[in-house]
Design a protein around this ligand. Structure first.
Ligand code: NAP
Length: 264
């Protein structure tokens, strides 16, 4: 039996999301119009199907909509071990695009670096390394990035922006550090960088009734990657719904790097 993707909000009980807003995310039964459902192939793992509609879709749009990227081009991102970041690494690798991935330093850094490299990350650097003059050496090995994906904010983002190519774009989709993004005036004047934000919910909302084909293509492409083992979900802990408070606690623990999946 195929899985069904009820367009947008994640609904773990069904592996589905709902096309209308405010219909309730947590539910075991629902009635929807056929037009608001999307078929997800049954030959991909359930966790992949359940988690395809937000983070992988975000990564797909970030890589598709802001610059024309060709194999060999590079992108830079922070919070690279996040769910979105891991999807960016894998989708970019499948397109031959080089990724420069910033993570926070930690005790288990070598194992995190290995894990991201196993997903296809080309370069993994810490926030501290990002500020070092040795960054110049990196750009002898790969071109300066045309695109930067910002999930953090604060100093980290300003430093990341410095490495963008002339005329490149930085897309902000998260603000994990809860600090504003500060842009050096010189980046705007002399490097002509473009800044914008992205929100997958709004992107889908604007196309829900007018451009289903674009959404269908995106889901199909992502499911193909999942089927071929080129897009795997982040490590996760599955918990029964009753354990939601433990799941919430773990989801807010820094450096844990595990998604919490509630099973109903
Ligand atoms: N705009 C959109 O359309 C869209 C779509 C999807 C997600 N998002 C947003 O994107 C963000 C990430 O979502 P996700 O599901 O990918 O998250 P996730 O898997 O839970 O990962 C969170 C990431 O943030 C990092 N982080 C946390 N606090 C930080 C700080 N103070 N400084 C630097 N890094 C920090 C974590 O790094 P450590 O491992 O070092 O703790 C981790 O890499 C969330 O804010 C989410 O709401 C936005």
């Amino acid at each position: 039996m195929d899985h069904w993707l009820l367009s947008w909000f994640p609904c773990p009980a069904f592996n589905v999301t709902s096309s209308s807003f405010g219909t309730g995310t947590w539910r075991t039964e629902a009635v929807f119009s056929e037009a608001s459902l999307m078929r997800v192939p049954s030959d991909i793992p359930l966790v992949g199907a359940a988690t395809v509609s937000v983070n992988p879709c975000t990564a797909y749009r970030l890589l598709s909509d802001y610059e024309t990227l060709r194999p060999g081009d590079s992108v830079i991102q922070n919070a690279s071990n996040s769910g979105v970041g891991q999807a960016v690494i894998q989708i970019a690798a499948s397109l031959g695009i080089t990724t420069i991935n910033i993570v926070r330093d930690r005790e288990e850094l070598p194992s995190l670096v290995r894990r991201l490299q196993d997903l296809g990350a080309d370069h993994v650097i810490t926030e501290d390394q990002l500020r070092k003059p040795e960054m110049k050496d990196l750009f002898k090995k790969c071109p300066r990035p045309r695109l930067a994906f910002n999930c953090v904010g604060g100093k980290n983002t300003t430093e990341m922006l410095r490495h963008l190519d002339y005329g490149g774009s930085m897309v902000t989709y998260g603000g994990m550090a809860k600090q504003p993004v500060t842009i050096p005036v010189s980046a705007l004047i002399f490097k002509n960088v473009k800044l914008c934000g992205f929100w997958i919910t709004q992107w889908k909302k604007e196309r829900a009734h007018t451009d289903r084909e674009e959404i269908t293509k995106m889901i199909r492409d992502l499911c193909d990657l999942i089927r071929r083992g080129r897009l795997v979900p982040p490590p996760s802990t599955q918990r029964p719904l009753e354990d939601f408070s433990r799941a919430l606690q773990d989801s807010q623990t820094p450096f844990l790097s595990r998604k919490q999946i509630l099973i109903m």
